[in-house]
Design a protein around this ligand. Sequence first.
Ligand code: SF4
Ligand code: SF4
Length: 192
Amino acid sequence: MAVIVARPDLNFWERLYLPSIVGGMLITLRHMLQTLWRMVFPRRHVAQPGILEMSATGLMTMQYPEEKWPMPEGYRGAPVLVMDEQGREKCVSCQLCEFVCPPRAIRITPGSIPGTDRHTNVEKRPKEFDIDMLRCIYCGMCEEVCPEEAIFLRKEHPIFVGTDRKEMVRNKQELYRLGGVLPRPIKKWENK
Ligand code: SF4
Ligand code: SF4
């Protein structure tokens, strides 16, 4: 049912709009002056145990790649794809991770496996597998849901580093390179 919202009666000054415009401009001016002040007198960091104390310069910004601070203990990491001990893809492109991902950071194009391939005992593997690390919220739900233990969150610095937005969309080859091999007691690849 539609709700009718009554229009408020504006007084003379409100109808002029000038006080509101001037007020908004004063707020903008205040922020501009604050920014200028911080540029002229930059603030030093407030020490946080385990992270900022690792910085050689003592500033807030980590000077990567010269510096590599350890990731916080409770931090999960970023998702990458992993292979089994024999360098075979674990992912069977079931798309569960794509379905469950809250910000829709994962894009999978499933592909079939030809009969001559060494993966021939399973039906599918991803033709394309992209993860947009800028959309990812590092929740770990893809890792939780994967039935093949093919996607894991890892904390290595290169996963998080890129020089532009395009580079931060990791494709399949990049995800396998970053993930590497993760031995697990999964034997479904073995021909019976
Ligand atoms: S960690 Fe979360 S947000 Fe990132 S790709 Fe996996 S499910 Fe999506
Ligand atoms: S990573 Fe796991 S959940 Fe995602 S498509 Fe591959 S097998 Fe399925």
